[in-house]
Design a protein around this ligand. Structure first.
Ligand code: PMP
Length: 434
């Protein structure tokens, strides 16, 4: 047995069984440069999944490496929030300003799950209720509380949760009972559902709604613009708080906006973030209105939250995003990718939906007649793209959505090469099938 196969066996022996890996023969990434990674066996890939949207600038970014190295060389890797940490405060000030939430405050943690956990704690404390509204097909994390607001049961191992959640219709239009409606009628039907759920399934003291502007794990399900504005009008009638989970949609990835929720022209009470901010280094947080952020009275500490190394990486990453206007770049390259994927979809009947915004692009596979999800085809495309040198993601309620979310630095040439691989892989797999 080769070294690589042995490593896979060791993984299986020491990790819990549910910790699944991509690919029949899982990849060990050995190095990365820009938007490309090389595995331990020397195969090179264009990376259209960027970790899981974690490496938003790509790999080996000199500015980020230098910022971290400076911190390491200074010898200050303590990570206690008991002292002033200059770069943490500066990062918080920048994120507060970027949030466009008036007088915003920021609390740093280490992951998206923790960020949502903190936001849920604040909202439930503020409203003295643990009743939450979430969307069907949502994903908000793998912790005890966040699983309780995760509508995608495939990703929620426990039904025992500290929150009391009701789920409402999401913007996952393809499988919505309102799928054939116009945008306006679709939004109106979802708002009716929201009103109905609040009126008939809650005690009238809902604390908050938590929602992803574009559902990430749920297969990049994208509601029409204005969807959440209509929701918020209903929530405001009863003082229900709104938390936008920007873990996947933040930092300009959606192209037209810096935060996903801005496509809906509302200011949320809080936003949660993680993934891309540290370009691979663990950092997450909550940014919100002061009255939201100050709603917990007990002193609460995150030992590693906002530590000097993570905040140094995050600051350098954020500088890069704004200095290079990666939001506009995501818009431009995203449109190019979208058009390319649409052209491929026109030739392949098994592609039943292409959706997303900016550099978040979902391709749903299924039966063009009855829309039956084709999970097998998605798995085959995943393998076939890998064989040809492209890494993509998988997702959706049925695991039948190919997800593309490359680094925001993706060049047009890389987009073109990736599209060519995708077209070739999809054609080969579809030919095998028919
Ligand atoms: N929210 C969203 C929208 C996510 O996509 C994820 C991760 N996939 C999380 C929260 C949880 O983040 P983490 O894995 O960093 O805990």
């Amino acid at each position: 047995m080769g070294e690589h196969s042995k490593l896979h066996e060791r993984h299986k022996a020491v990790m819990p069984a549910w910790l699944g890996l991509y690919y029949n023969d899982p990849i060990e990434i050995a190095s990365g440069q820009g938007c490309r990674v090389t595995d331990a066996e020397g195969n090179e890939y264009i990376d259209f999944f960027a970790g899981i949207l974690t490496n938003m600038l790509g790999y080996s970014i000199p500015e980020v490496n230098a910022a971290m190295k400076e911190q390491i060389d200074a010898g200050v890797l303590h990570s206690s929030t008991l002292y002033l940490i200059r770069q943490q405060i500066e990062l918080a000030e920048r994120i507060a300003k970027l949030s466009e939430i008036p007088d915003a405050k920021v609390f740093f943690v280490n992951s998206g799950s923790e960020a949502n956990e903190a936001a849920l704690l604040m909202a439930t404390q503020k409203r003295a209720s643990n009743q939450i509204l979430a969307l069907r097909n949502s994903y908000h994390g793998r912790s005890f509380g966040t699983m309780g607001v995760t509508g995608n049961r495939g990703w929620s191992a426990s039904s025992l949760t500290p929150v009391n959640t009701r789920y409402v219709h999401s913007g996952y239009r393809l499988r919505s009972p309102f799928k054939d409606y116009s945008d306006e009628a679709f939004i109106a039907a979802c708002v009716d559902d929201l009103r109905d759920v609040i009126a008939t399934q809650t005690a009238g003291d809902v604390a908050a709604m938590i929602a992803e502007p574009i559902q990430g794990v749920g297969g990049f399900a994208t509601p029409p613009d204005g969807f959440f504005k209509a929701f918020k009008e209903v929530l405001d009638e009863s003082g229900i708080l709104f938390i936008s989970d920007e873990v996947q949609t933040g930092w300009g990835r959606t192209g037209e906006h810096f935060w996903g929720i801005q496509a809906h022209d509302i200011v949320p009470d809080a936003m949660t973030f993680a993934k891309g901010l540290g370009n691979g280094v663990a950092i997450g947080g909550v940014v919100g209105k002061p009255e939201f952020m100050d709603s917990i009275s007990a002193l609460s500490i995150s030992t590693f939250g906002g530590n000097p190394l993570a905040t140094a990486a995050a600051r350098a990453t954020l500088d890069y995003v704004t200095d290079h206007d990666l939001q506009s770049h995501a818009h431009k390259i995203g449109s190019y990718l979208f058009d390319g994927v649409r052209r491929i979809a026109d030739e392949v009947p098994g592609i039943i939906d292409v959706r997303g915004r900016g550099l978040m692009l979902g391709i749903e596979l299924g039966d063009p007649g009855d829309l039956r999800p084709d999970t097998e085809l998605a798995g085959q495309i995943l393998e076939a793209t890998r064989e040809r040198g492209l890494l993509v993601g998988k997702g959706g309620l049925y695991g039948n959505v190919i997800r593309m979310a490359p680094p925001l630095t993706l060049s047009e040439d890389e987009a073109k090469d990736g599209l060519a691989i995708l077209a070739d892989a999809v054609t080969a797999v579809s030919a095998r099938k028919s």
